[in-house]
Structures are given as C-alpha cells and as structure tokens.
Design a binder for this molecule. Structure first.
Ligand SMILES: *Cc1c(COP(=O)(O)O)cnc(C)c1O
Length: 422
C-alpha cells in the first residue's frame, strides 16, 4: 500500500522519490536504502551545530524523564525561565519580554497581535502593516498576508489582509526603498508596524541587502513611531555570521521573532521577544486587556531543555569561530563557482551562499527545480533549489570535503542545466 502521508510542499502527482531517513549525525542523513545524504540546507534551515548534537540530545532525554509538558498559562518551569533569561541576555538591548510558541509562523502571528494590541491599548488603534517585497514569514493566514503574494498563496488571496509593500532594497536602489518606507510611515493611515527579515530574504530567493539600509529602515520606523518587527526565524543563531543579523546593522527591533535554530534544530520551539513598552501596554488589572494567545505546547519543557542546551553551547563553545571558518570555506567555493558561465548573481552572507542558474525557465514553478532535486539526490546530496536559485545553507559542522561535493555538484548542474553553455 502506498503511504498515507501527505507531505508539505510536495506534489505527490510528480512521483518524485521520497527518501526514508533512519538516522542523522553532523551534516549527514543516513537512508534506509544504504545511501548517505549530505544535508546542504540544514534540513530546511533549522539544524545549526549539526544533527543529533550530543549535548542537545542528552538534555532532551533528561528532560523527557523529568517534566514532559506543562500548561504554560500561569504555570512555569525552570527550562523556560532559563531560556527566557538567556534570550533577553543574548538579544539586542531593549527586548525584555519573551513569549513562547512553537513555530516561526506562530512567532510572527504573535508579533502582529502584540503590535496591534499595543496601539489599541495606547488608545490610537492602528491596523496597517508594512512589509518588504519578496518577504516570507510563514504559511498561516496572517503570516501569508505579510509575505510575498504568489503561487504559494493565490488560492487564499481573498482571505489575506491588505498590507503596504516596500520595494526590496536591491543594490543601487536603496534610496527608493527608504523613500517608500518614509512615505508609508507618514501616510494618514498610520502603520502599526513594519516587518522584515534582516539582511537576507530567505524563501524570497536568498536576496541579500546591506546592513546600512537596515540601519536606515530601523531609524525611519523609530522616527515616525512605527513598531519594527525583525523576523530572525531564519537569520538567527549565527546563520549570517553573527548571533542575530540585526547586530550587523547596530539596531534593535521593538519585536524579534526567533524559531528554527533556537533548539539547535532539534525540536520545534519559537519565541517572540518584545520591548518593555509593548509588554506594559498589555499590563493592567483588567482581564480584558491580557494578551490572548496560546498554543497547547507553548514553552514545552522538553523543547525548552533543548533550547537551553543550545544557549549553553553558544556560551561555552566557539560557535562564531566555527561559523567564520565555514563561511570562509564557502566563500572560496563560491568564488570558483562564480567563474562558471551558467551562473549569475553570486551572493553570500555568513553560511548562506546562492547563485542564479541561467535558464529560460525561471520562477518557483519552473520545471528545473524538480529536475535539479533529482540530479542532486542521485549524487547523495540534499539541496533544494528555489526555482532556478541554487543555494547552500549547511550545518556549522560541515567539512570542506563535504562542501567540495556540494559545490562540485552545483557546478556540474550548471554544465547540465545552464543555458549559457548550450
Ligand atoms: C521558515 C520561516 C518562517 C516560518 O517558520 P515555520 O517554523 O516554518 O513556521 C518565518 N519566517 C522566516 C523568515 C522563515 O524563514
């Protein structure tokens, strides 16, 4: 009998192979058919230090035998308390409150509700949200509403709320972005918040923009009293070369979303960090004013224990040193690849590198993507192009030999699929 599993972002009608993975270690996935895949995309951008990190696995096992789950409304536990304090300590200054949830999408929903709640309680309700063109913030209705519209969400479009879109600050066109943000912030329909992924737009195509623009965008929001939400779901936990990407712009958001690498990538956990004024706006002796949001597994103790182990690794080990070394190796490989005539627009930020494959067939639905996936799978590599955009985002333990194989196969894919050679 065929499997009853309905996979995400998978067109079952294409009958693509679906590898059965039995175990993982470091950057490797071991499959039931005896093959071993190099995880070139950190299992969808979540695995930071490497799969089955011994310290995180031990913390999970220990916590599972002590306290597995707890209602988090008006109850608490040590792993959540510790992780919350660690987050406040590690995050940019001014983020003093931590609201837990269970996925990046939920952390964004929470951020939007916090922002709206803030303005409501201030007695000047605002509902307009500004977003960055090509942004991605998750797949729930609210998160889709603030993300790029396209084939992913066209069916649901009538349910998505209206937003103000600020053009992406592509190199050379930064001023247009800043002008548009300034105009939107001063429009009669005052925005409640501006949400953006700092420095690199992930699902939008690994689009990189400068820290200087981010600094300016944050300043514009501050100047016009519009809350700024930084979605660090992908960029957090060292991905861009610093613990959080906003550090490179020297700015602190009013609200910060973290998820993916929060547990080192071992368990689902998310957090929305808020500034003190946002928390205080919800503080009163009237129950009608409390923050109405929860999910059953909010701050699950086992997930929090994994996150606590992750923050300990960050404190006690030279993670940034490892990331720096990996980023240098990736940079060397990318430089070689840049000379390949089938690729354009090479870009890198920390441990993320991407190129565009020159092909007549672009866009997320281009037939090239499944063909490329199959091509890489045959070579025992997990790479998942975004349309014609090829990228690597490996775990921090990835060796130079493993990078050789990833980038070697990308070059080979250029020979095979690129139009420049034909
Ligand atoms: C992945 C991602 C999300 C959604 O996170 P999920 O855990 O998949 O819900 C939100 N924002 C950004 C920037 C992401 O990359």
């Amino acid at each position: 009998m065929s499997s009853p599993v309905w996979h995400p972002f998978t067109q079952h009608g294409l009958k693509e192979p679906i590898p059965l993975v039995e175990r993982a270690e470091g950057a490797l996935l071991y499959c039931a058919d005896g093959s071993t895949l190099i995880d070139g995309i950190s299992s969808w951008w979540v695995t930071t230090h490497g799969h089955c990190h011994p310290r995180i696995a031990a913390a999970i096992a220990e916590q599972a035998g002590r306290l597995d789950q707890l209602i988090f409304a008006a109850h608490t536990h040590e792993p959540a308390e510790t992780v919350a304090r660690e987050l406040v300590d590690l995050a940019p200054e001014g983020l003093t409150r931590v609201f837990f949830s269970d996925s990046g999408s939920t952390s964004v929903e929470v951020a939007l509700k916090m922002a709206l709640g803030y303005w409501h309680r201030r007695g000047e309700p605002r509902h307009r949200i500004l977003v960055l063109e090509h942004g991605y913030h998750g797949d729930t209705i609210g998160a889709m509403s603030v993300g790029e519209r396209g084939v992913f969400n066209r069916r649901y479009e009538p349910l998505l709320f209206d937003v103000g879109t600020i053009p992406f600050p592509a190199e050379g066109r930064e001023q247009a972005t800043l002008d548009a943000l300034e105009r939107a912030c001063t429009a009669p329909d005052k925005p409640a918040a501006f949400i953006a992924e700092p420095l690199v737009l992930g699902a939008g195509g690994m689009l990189v923009y400068s820290a200087a623009v981010l600094t300016e965008m944050a300043a514009i929001c501050r100047r016009h009293d519009v809350l700024w939400i930084a979605d660090e779901v992908m960029t957090g936990w060292g991905r861009t070369g610093t613990l959080f990407a906003v550090e490179q712009a020297g700015v602190a958001p009013d609200i910060l979303c973290v998820a993916k690498g929060l547990t080192g990538g071992a368990l689902p956990l998310a957090a929305t960090l808020a500034s003190e004024p946002i928390f205080q706006a919800h503080w009163s002796n009237d129950r009608a004013d409390m923050f109405y949001h929860s999910s059953s597994y909010t701050a699950n103790p086992i997930a929090c224990a994994a996150a606590k182990a992750n923050t300990q690794i960050w404190r006690e080990e030279d993670v940034l040193g490892r990331i720096g070394a990996l980023a240098r190796d990736i940079g060397d490989h990318l430089e070689t690849l840049s000379a390949h005539p089938a690729f354009s627009n090479p870009r890198q930020l920390g441990t993320i590198a991407a190129v565009d494959l020159k092909t007549g067939d672009t866009g997320y639905l281009s037939d090239i993507a499944p063909a490329l996936r199959a091509f890489f799978l045959e070579r025992q590599l997990l790479l998942r192009p975004l349309g014609n955009i090829l990228y690597v985002m490996p775990p921090y333990c990835t060796t130079n030999e493993q990078l050789d194989r990833l980038f070697g196969a990308i070059a080979e894919a250029g020979d095979r699929f690129g139009t420049a050679r034909r």
